[in-house]
Design a protein around this ligand. Structure first.
Ligand SMILES: [Zn+2]
Length: 275
């Protein structure tokens, strides 16, 4: 599932191709993408909109139009975006939407599992919509150990589950939570509300480092994710624990263990991350 580094990689690559461009033609091929609205109606609303900015918040891609409206794209499990020069877009059985831009190039949306969503919001709606769903942006200065502590205070859930909750920190998913907990030397089953100041500092730094490591390698291509030019990310080559059960911990050599936390596969080092 694309997490912050994957969505930000897509944003960075797509930004120069879409900002200032107008949506000349829009085809929504899968009604699930815009449910409960009609694909034809949504496509009609999008035609003629000119892109003012491409932003990201958590795992959401935010297309801001000059009209003040916003197209909010969430890739969920297997969504990805491809940009192709005029006439260069090949066939794809998993294509769910295509936007033709006014330079003739295409932005295609692909989604094997079809959980992704496109949500068109009217001017002024986006702040409230995202504010209710998302906590601090972890790569911004506003994300501090103190603020993370406030979000975790009194929570009895396992630390891993609390960090997967997008209202705690925006943009983390299964991969980067495991990587961050390893870096911070914290056990995934630790009760979230019991971290002391030093542990909160370690965790804050570890979250940032894990996300930056992912971003530096264009995200992780485990299954479906690829960048808008079709290339694969390489973050998976540098994972410390994620998906590495039985392999030696890069810090101490103890075999990495796999458990389940809140139904999610969870990898950690039983020596470095003690409960
Ligand atoms: Zn270890």
């Amino acid at each position: 599932m694309p997490e912050l580094p994957e969505v930000e990689t897509i944003r960075l690559a797509l930004e120069p191709h879409v900002v200032g461009r107008t949506f000349e033609d829009v085809e929504i091929l899968d009604p699930r993408l815009v449910r409960p609205f009609e694909p034809l109606a949504v496509a009609g609303e999008l035609v003629g909109e000119r892109v003012a900015a491409l932003e990201r918040r958590g795992k959401y891609l935010i297309v801001r139009f000059e009209s003040g409206r916003v197209l909010l794209i969430h890739l969920r499990m297997t969504g990805s975006v491809r940009h192709a020069a005029a006439g260069q877009l090949g066939d794809d059985p998993y294509r769910r939407a295509v936007v033709r831009l006014d330079d003739g190039s295409d932005v295609a949306y692909r989604d094997v599992r079809r959980f992704g969503t496109w949500h068109l919001l009217e001017p002024g709606e986006v702040g409230d919509y995202l504010g209710r769903r998302l906590g601090h942006e972890p790569l911004e200065r506003t994300f501090t150990a103190k603020r993370l502590g406030e979000r975790l205070a009194k929570r009895r859930a396992p630390l891993k589950a609390a960090l997967l909750d997008q209202r705690t920190v925006a943009g983390l998913g299964n991969i980067y939570v495991d990587e961050a907990l390893w870096r911070a030397r914290l056990h995934p089953l630790r009760e979230a509300g019991t971290l002391d100041d030093d542990e909160l500092k370690r965790l804050t730094t570890a979250i940032r480092q894990s996300l930056r490591a992912g971003l530096a390698r264009q995200g992780a291509s485990l299954r479906d994710y690829s960048t808008p030019d079709g290339s694969r990310g390489r973050a998976q080559e540098e994972f410390r624990v994620y998906g590495r059960a039985g392999e030696p911990c890069p810090r101490c050599g103890t075999p990495v263990d796999k458990i389940r936390v809140g139904g999610r596969g969870t990898w950690y080092c039983p020596s470095c991350q003690r409960l």
